[in-house]
Design a protein around this ligand. Structure first.
Ligand SMILES: NC(=O)C1=CN([C@@H]2O[C@H](COP(=O)(O)OP(=O)(O)OC[C@H]3O[C@@H](n4cnc5c(N)ncnc54)[C@H](OP(=O)(O)O)[C@@H]3O)[C@@H](O)[C@H]2O)C=CC1
Ligand SMILES: O=C(O)[C@@H]1CCC=N1
Length: 277
């Protein structure tokens, strides 16, 4: 375990919990993690894990080398400004908030005309909770290679990492892997419902649907063939799969997914404007 990394989680909700599941014990000790959250029930859960906690930003922030902002986009400005007095010149700030751009956060943290340059935006996802997450990262110009490595090392503790070049690309990451688990869970729910409607019981539906998603994604990851080729191998001419895929096509499944992802990306861009003032 890398013990020397000290961390503050600003916002101790769902995503902070998912990240901590991989980080604590692997990248930092629980007592080196300081959690800021206004909710006593949330703080109590963190206390039980052995972290220090506070309801509002406090001087302990200054002892933490890395801060991860994990509050809702609408809370970001107030929270960032409240934390700002506790910055050290070498504090590495990581934001996982959807939408809010690196330029906006850097301006909030910095002085007029002198934006904060030690800032990385990340977009993780909830499978981080079981170490199976994937995180998109982008760094503002000026972040040292060492600090990029620290951010990467943190996110690697909960899954894979993909660096992208700018905020726009991070919005695309948000629309794919940030929000993506919800799309997959929706598809899983639909498969299970479909199976129940066809007469299978709850347990059978769950086992078959989960194993199908799991097996198919593993096959796609390991196979040299494209998803399209793998799909064709399932689809016998005049058979059952062709009948099902014809319905997907008729209902424009691909267009629906495209439209949904565009909506997620557009919403990220809206959040950037809505909560930047
Ligand atoms: N959930 C996901 O799948 C993902 C979320 N994200 C991003 O992560 C961020 C957090 O999302 P998520 O974890 O789901 O949200 P949660 O609501 O679960 O967690 C946010 C936490 O921050 C607390 N909070 C509110 N105000 C403050 C404050 N002033 N100071 C400190 N903490 C505060 C909230 O308390 P209270 O509930 O009392 O308001 C809550 O406990 C968002 O910006 C989201 O865009 C990124 C990737 C994936
Ligand atoms: O729904 C949201 O806005 C956040 C960002 C990605 C996943 N959850």
């Amino acid at each position: 375990m890398t013990q020397e990394l000290t961390l503050s989680l600003v916002g101790g909700g769902n995503m902070a919990t998912a990240l901590a599941a991989g980080l604590i014990g692997k990248r930092c000790a629980a007592h080196d993690v300081h959690v800021i959250d206004p909710n006593e029930a949330v703080r109590s859960r963190w206390r039980e894990q052995g972290t220090t906690v506070a309801a509002v930003p406090d001087a302990q922030l200054s002892d933490r080398r890395v801060w991860i902002f994990a509050v809702k986009p609408q809370h970001m400005k107030a929270v960032v400004l409240a934390c700002r007095p506790f910055l050290r010149p070498d504090t590495l700030v990581i934001s996982i908030a959807a939408g809010i751009t690196s330029g906006t956060i850097a301006a909030w943290l910095g002085a007029p005309g002198k934006p904060w340059t030690c800032l990385v935006r990340c977009m993780p996802n909830t499978p981080a909770l079981i170490g199976a997450g994937v995180t998109g990262l982008m760094a503002v110009p000026g972040v040292s290679e060492d600090d990029k490595a620290v951010a990467q090392q943190l996110m690697r503790a909960v899954g894979e990492v993909v660096w992208v070049k700018d905020d726009k690309a991070l919005d695309a990451v948000t629309a794919l892997s940030g929000s993506g688990p919800a799309y997959v869970f929706l598809f899983l729910e639909a498969l299970m419902q479909g199976a129940r409607d066809l007469g299978l019981n709850d347990e059978q539906s769950r086992q078959l649907a989960l194993a199908t998603l799991n097996g198919s994604t593993q096959l796609a990851a390991l196979s040299p063939d494209s998803p399209a080729v793998l799909r064709e191998r399932v689809t016998s001419k005049g058979g059952t799969t062709a009948a099902a895929l014809a319905v997907f096509e008729q209902r424009q499944f691909t267009a629906i997914v495209h439209e949904a992802m565009q909506a997620a990306s557009d919403r990220a861009a809206e959040l950037a404007i809505e909560f930047a003032q």
